[in-house]
Every structure is written in C-alpha cells, then in structure tokens.
Write a protein that binds this ligand. Structure first.
Ligand SMILES: N[C@@H](CCC(=O)N[C@@H](CS)C(=O)NCC(=O)O)C(=O)O
Length: 298
C-alpha cells in the first residue's frame, strides 16, 4: 500500500494460475510502458473473478462491452499518487492506451518538465515527436493490432490459458457465458494437429506476415533487412522501442504463454521476426511481485 511518504504507482494486473507467468495482453502493454517510463510501481494481482469488483471499488465504469452489450470490466488500471503532486488529486486510469498517454504526458514529455520527469525531453518517448501526429496513429494501430490478434490468435490460444486451478471451473463458465452459441468450455477447443487448426494457424501466420510484418525489420543483413530508421529490432528498424512495439509485444506475451505452437511462431513465422521482437523487448519486461515464476515456453 502506498503511503504519503513513499508514494508509488499501483498497477492492477490479472492473476490467473499463480504458478504461471502473466499473459494478459493489455496489462502487458502497461507493464512495458511503466518499465520504459522508469516510474516506481507495485503490481496488485487481481484474480479474474475480482476484476469487476476492483474496477467498481475504484469507481471506474467499464470501458468495454461483451457481445451481448453488457458491461465488460477489465484491467489494467493504474493509481498514480505521484501525479497528485502536480495536479491535486490521485490519478486513476483504467485503459491501457490512456495509461500510456498519462505516462508520456506526466513523466516523459519535454513540454511539462518537472521533478517527476527527470528523463523528460530525452530521446526516449512512448509517442515520438511528443505525440504530434503519432498519438492518433498509435490509437489506430492499437485497435488494428487488437483486432488482428483477437480474430486469429485468441481463438487458437485462449483455450490453453493457464487458469488458476482453484477457480478454473467457474472461470471457464464465465468465459462460456460470454460467447453466444457456446454452451461448454470444451466447445472452444480447436484440437491440436486437426486440419481446421492447421488452416487457422496458416491464416494467422499469413495475416501477421502481410499486415504487420512490413512494419518490422527482417533478419536479412544489409539494406534488404533495414527499416526506414535503420537496422534496429523495433518498428521501422529503430534502436529504441515506442508504444507501438509494446502493443505488439503485449500480444506476443499472450501467445508465448498460451499458444501450443508458440515455438513455431516464435522461430519460423515471418523468418523469426516475432521471436526477435519479443527478445528485444526483454529490457522492459520485468514482472514485479511474481518472484520465482518462470516464463513458460520462452
Ligand atoms: N480497452 C481496454 C481493454 C482491456 C482488456 O480487454 N483487458 C482484459 C485483459 S487483456 C481483461 O481485463 N479481461 C478480463 C476478463 O476477461 O474477465 C484496455 O486497453 O485497457
């Protein structure tokens, strides 16, 4: 718990199986952004069944809807008492994109220098060019990447989520209730090795390669592998990540943790582009409060 003498940001992430590495894509985007902004924070691990209660207790309305139109309460959330030093009130933000904007504005922006933002004005920016033009493009990119991975990857990977064994039955029942036409958890399985799964994997691989692949440099040496910014591992061949890299990284963390074919995706799809990106994001992937929990299928 933060105290006034030792204020620290609280980051709410979802706890599934306590023995498994975290996998939730949107909280991952926030973790990357918090680590990148180098702000002090602690993670509060919220069981899946307590997400709604947590959001309500912070008086945050749901910002997502289920397919039937009902509220879909989600994480991440951050509570930022540090920002209160400059703006009167503790700041509570309940959407991963808004959190990234808050971190950029409060801790990285060259135009609002403060003792909270020792690195403000440095090259390191979540939204380069101080957001000029890049925020709107990032917003569209975020929606596009969410759609791409949800459409293909979530169907192939979601069934293998590492649920908490103590609550797995009720967690599965709550997922089933959300999906029209599905009556039991087993309906969500697309059996490994089946023809239908092979076809879906091929479509996923191709969609990623053709729609997202050109944004990232290939492993080829020389000009062929270069992005417009050089031969770094991040978007456009940059040497430093920006928020767009974290958006894709968040989804790669989900695939790493759930997709049975992850090794294949990591090493061979798009000539290993996705594994290289995930590896390059490692300096910002520190997970707080889960000591001893090793990432599976790294
Ligand atoms: N637009 C929201 C979406 C957040 C979201 O969908 N979070 C998922 C995890 S990635 C969640 O909280 N799911 C809770 C559940 O499935 O019950 C954001 O970017 O923060």
């Amino acid at each position: 718990m933060a105290t006034s003498s030792n204020p620290i940001i609280t980051f709410y992430d979802i706890l599934l199986d306590p023995a498994a590495f975290p996998i939730s894509p949107n909280p991952w985007k926030t973790r990357y952004a918090l680590n990148f902004a180098k702000v002090p924070y602690r993670t509060t691990w919220v069981p899946l069944s307590a997400v709604a209660e947590t959001r309500n207790s912070l008086q945050l309305p749901a910002n997502r809807k289920h397919l039937d139109g009902s509220d879909f309460p989600t994480l991440p959330i951050i509570r930022d008492p540090l920002a209160a030093m400059t703006s009167e009130n503790e700041v509570i933000v309940g959407d991963s994109f808004d959190i990234a904007l808050h971190l950029q504005k409060t801790y990285l922006s060259p135009s609002s220098p403060s003792k909270l933002s020792p690195d403000a004005g440095k090259q390191r920016q979540l939204f380069p060019a101080e957001g000029n033009g890049t925020v709107a493009l990032h917003r569209a990119f975020n929606a596009f990447v969410d759609q791409l991975f949800s459409q293909h990857g979530a169907l192939l990977a979601g069934f293998y989520m590492p649920l908490d064994p103590r609550t797995a039955d009720s967690d599965k029942a709550s997922f089933v209730r959300r999906i029209p036409g599905v009556t039991k958890w087993e309906d969500l399985e697309i059996p490994r090795g089946s023809e239908v799964r092979k076809k879906m994997l091929a479509e996923f691989e191709s969609a990623l390669d053709t729609k997202l692949g050109p944004c990232f440099p290939s492993s080829a040496t020389g000009d062929e592998g270069k992005g417009t910014h050089g031969s770094g591992p991040f978007m456009d061949g940059r040497q430093e990540p920006m928020y767009a890299d974290f958006i894709v990284g968040g989804w790669l963390q989900f695939m790493r943790g759930c997709l049975p074919e992850w090794e294949e995706m990591r090493n061979n799809w798009s000539n290993g582009k996705w594994g290289r990106l995930l590896d390059a994001l490692e300096p910002w992937a520190d997970v707080d409060g889960r000591d001893g929990v090793a990432p599976a299928r790294r």
